[in-house]
Design a protein around this ligand. Structure first.
Ligand SMILES: [Zn+2]
Length: 850
């Protein structure tokens, strides 16, 4: 059995550190197993501060320590050290030895393909040296690196360099989680950017030799991000150089270390032959996200990790604004909402539910969640909707002026808006403290020219929110006349009470409401309005989000009816979707999104919420039937739309071309059901870019005729690790549910299944987890396979293991047989000796109590 339960840390217990750190100097002498880290840190006691001098430190071999040059013998525990120190400014020096080559957890300093790199957020710096490893301790850093590598990088600006040596100085005070170091035989793709005030910034994208050809897009995305942040937020870059490094072994997407961003190679390397349109868009967004952190995260950071949403919610919101500006705003909004409903709503509904600002945790790595990031961004969007764009801009400028160089809280953030607008945001602040997705129901009334909408909000009590109170919900609403003309343009209604009515006067006829336009709040809308309303909105709504939402709603109802009673697909849906797809006035990317059906996991949520035990196999076949009916109903249209949306110009990953490809490939997927993959085989043969090749391969796999193409693809791409991740993942995604676990298991025997690489592990098991019917197959094979591999990975990489555990978060929705299997598997994980704190916390929360 594992050791005693890990300690829980509470927001209410926050205490400031008793010392200011005036400056930090670090010297690294690199060695795979015995890297020497010398630190020299100037501490100054804070008047009236906590006198206990505690420095975090884990897995460090302490060689020596001194205070003001005199050797000391600190009291060392596995978590850190305490030491008696003077009550005036003093110099702490220490030498430690660390072992990067055996650091498989990928936190702190570790090695990937012979290259040294770091990951310190959230609490990795304590694995490098003894330090107050908390975000509210900010200091300037000078870093010297000795190593036999051609490239030696750290934060800030280069100040000295010679053979086997480099020195860097970062003039901006920062918390230790933003520290970074990279050493390796790397090549760079160079660029430059001139800031609005005329400063020249050197830009470098560092990659392994052989990857030089995959850098141009990332470099352009960086320049676009720098320009956008100047234009939209008035934020300029503040160092002489900005470095990005691509690393193959990385737990997350990317990390915003000051002046030295480190990226998972999947989140930065791109070429038309090896990357899909979706990859390009994601890369552009992640580069922007990490760059934007320079102001929202780095210059203004978080006081403690409970405030993680302060930097993440805001920065996700900023990167979604950027993508909307670079591409299509409605398409971006719809994609974000699909993602929010798929991941965040599921989180809200299960045992992992927590507020945007949690109040306790055991392992902070487990709180890099959809709730903190995506719901955190929704909260910013609501705030902007409530105060208006102009006041939002003013508040942000005040935030940057007031808090530059500080470690802040959500209270500081909201105060800026209160001071700018004079609004009281105490009720709005509940969005940060109450867990769960509010439900909003609507009733309407019509009386002699006056139309009234009455909204009622409710929030289910949960473990962290036992007594929920009404929240401030901005409901963007427009009214349409019966001929489809808009009679009341979008107006933001502020729902603050449990039940509240809003009237519109002087109308000639009873209008049709278009409610929650642009998905103005992350809520579930409940309405008893007749189905014909949805068809009307699908045909006429002037709000592109709600038009899409109407189609989505009809599809959902049709699927649910098939699942409940076996009824055939709704002809109104088939006709409506056909009309929309054939409408050449609509953006192809938007039409491609219209073609998507609600995720099977989302359908399971809906069924569970109405008191039905979801049957994954039934959900799968209802979805499959509807897709088949769509193909039949549009049989004549499919080849026509495919042909008219072929791109004839040279490949470019821009919004226009990728929209056309998305629509054509949507058609291809349906068409393959009718022609047994003939057209897909042609496209696979002819494809000169990954988007076309992968879409064709996926369609062929679905028809069961993909084996040859799979072999061809593997032979072509066996040396490209990022493309091979797609090859692994696609086979699982496209498998029939009764063979999903078997397919995944077989792939783990492949010679290239490097399970210690997080990208490869996720390619197989992330795909297994999102294959709803495959993972939840009645025989439990999916559950058992994932458990086997989580147990294997945990001692090697706790962080990636813990994240994958969320696959089990919805287990209590299903029937008692499945629940019994999952309970036994969760117990099997919990019974492992030496289970990591990360995984222990996740599985304990998911397992819950009977
Ligand atoms: Zn971030």
């Amino acid at each position: 059995m594992r050791d005693a339960a890990p300690d829980t840390i509470y927001l209410k217990d926050y205490r400031p550190f008793g010392y200011d750190v005036k400056e930090v100097a670090l010297t690294f002498t690199l060695h795979p197993n015995r890297t020497r880290v010398n630190s020299r840190i100037v501490f100054e006691p804070k008047p009236g501060g906590d006198p206990v001098f505690f420095l975090h430190g884990e897995n460090l071999e302490l060689v020596s320590a001194s205070v003001d040059g005199a050797p000391v013998t600190p009291d060392v525990t596995p978590e850190g050290l305490t030491c008696t120190v003077p009550d005036q400014t003093f110099v702490w020096e220490a030498e430690v030895i660390i072992d990067p080559a055996n650091n498989t957890a990928l936190e702190g300093l570790y090695m990937s393909n012979g290259m040294y790199c770091t990951q310190c957020e959230a609490e990795g710096f304590r694995k490098i040296t003894y330090y107050p490893d908390r975000p509210d301790v900010m200091s300037t850093f000078t870093v010297k690196i000795h190593g036999p590598h051609s490239v030696l990088l750290s934060n800030g600006n280069p100040t000295d360099q010679s053979e086997g040596f480099a020195e860097w100085h970062d003039p901006w005070p920062k918390p230790a989680y933003l520290f970074a170091l990279v050493a390796g035989e790397l090549v760079n793709h160079a660029g430059s950017f001139t800031t609005a005030s005329g400063k020249e910034v050197e830009l470098n994208l560092w990659v392994r030799p052989g990857d030089e050809g995959k850098c141009a897009f990332g470099m352009q995305a960086l320049k676009d991000s720098m320009k956008w942040d100047e234009d939209v937020y008035g934020r300029e870059y503040d160092l002489d150089v900005f470095n990005i490094v691509a690393v193959d072994d990385f737990n997350m997407g990317a990390m915003e270390n000051k002046g030295l961003n480190i990226f998972n190679s999947s989140a930065v390397l791109a070429s038309p032959e090896t990357s899909t349109d979706g990859n390009f868009e994601r890369i552009e967004a992640i580069i922007a996200h990490e760059y934007f952190h320079n102001w929202t995260g780095n210059r203004i950071t978080c006081r403690d990790w409970f405030q993680l949403c302060l930097k993440e919610g805001l920065t996700v919101y900023r990167d979604s604004q950027f993508t909307s500006d670079m591409r299509s705003a409605p398409v971006k909004r719809i994609s974000d909402v699909i993602d929010l409903r798929g991941r965040q709503f599921a989180e809200d509904q299960g045992p992992l539910a927590h507020p945007v600002r949690p109040e306790s945790f055991q392992e902070i790595n487990n709180f890099y969640t959809a709730t903190v990031y995506e719901k955190g961004a929704e909260v910013i969007g609501m705030l902007r909707a409530l105060v208006g764009a102009e006041a939002y801009d003013k508040a942000l400028q005040l935030y940057f002026d007031r808090h530059d160089g500080e470690a802040c809280t959500i209270e500081d953030w909201l105060k800026v808006f209160e001071d700018t607008t004079g609004r009281d945001l105490s009720q709005f602040a509940r969005w940060y403290s109450q867990a769960g997705t509010p439900e909003v129901s609507i009733e309407e009334a019509w009386d002699a020219g006056t139309y009234t909408l009455t909204f009622t909000q409710s929030l289910k009590p949960s473990a962290t929110t036992p007594d929920p109170k009404p929240q401030v919900i901005p409901i963007a609403t427009g009214l349409l006349a019966q001929d489809g003309q808009e009679v009341v343009p979008t107006t933001v209604l502020e729902l603050t009470e449990t039940t509240q009515s809003f009237s519109f006067e002087g109308l000639a006829e009873q209008p049709f409401p278009s409610v929650l336009r642009g998905f103005s709040a992350p809520v579930v809308l409940k309405s008893d309005m007749p189905a014909t309303r949805r068809a009307f909105l699908l045909a006429h709504d002037t709000d592109p989000f709600n038009r899409w939402e109407a189609g989505r709603g009809i599809a959902r109802e049709s699927l649910l009816n098939t699942i409940r009673t076996g009824t055939a697909p709704d002809p109104d849906y088939l006709n409506g979707i056909r009309t929309v797809l054939a409408d050449e006035t609509l953006d192809p990317a938007y039409r491609a999104l219209m073609l998507g059906l609600p995720a099977q996991n989302e359908l399971a949520t809906t069924l569970f919420n109405e008191g039905t035990t979801p049957d994954p196999a039934a959900i799968w076949s209802a979805t499959d039937n509807l897709r088949a009916a769509m193909a039949m109903h549009m049989a004549d249209l499919l080849p026509v739309l495919m042909d008219t949306h072929q791109v004839t110009e040279p490949y470019a990953p821009d919004a226009e071309q990728s929209g056309k490809r998305a629509l054509a490939n949507g058609m291809l997927s349906l068409l393959s059901r009718l022609d047994d993959g003939a057209r897909a085989a042609q496209q696979f043969e002819a494809a000169d870019n990954m988007t076309q090749q992968l879409a064709a391969l996926g369609a062929l796999l679905r028809t069961g005729n993909g084996d040859d193409a799979l072999g061809t693809f593997e032979a072509q791409w066996k040396d490209d690790r990022l493309v091979m991740d797609k090859w692994f993942g696609l086979q699982v995604i496209q498998s029939d549910p009764d063979r999903t676990a078997e397919t995944a298991a077989k792939l783990t025997e492949h010679a290239d299944f490097n399970w210690k690489n997080p990208n490869r592990f996720r390619a197989v098991f992330g795909s297994l987890a999102i294959h709803h019917a495959g993972f939840h197959a009645a025989d439990g094979a999916g559950y058992r396979l994932l458990t086997d591999w989580l147990i294997r990975l945990d001692p090697v990489n706790p962080q990636t293991t813990a994240r994958m555990c969320s696959a089990f978060q919805t287990w209590r929705r299903y029937d008692t047989d499945r629940q019994a299997i999952v309970a036994a598997e969760l117990d099997r994980i919990l019974s492992q000796d030496g289970l990591s704190r990360d995984t222990c916390e996740m599985i304990t929360r998911i397992r819950g109590t009977e």
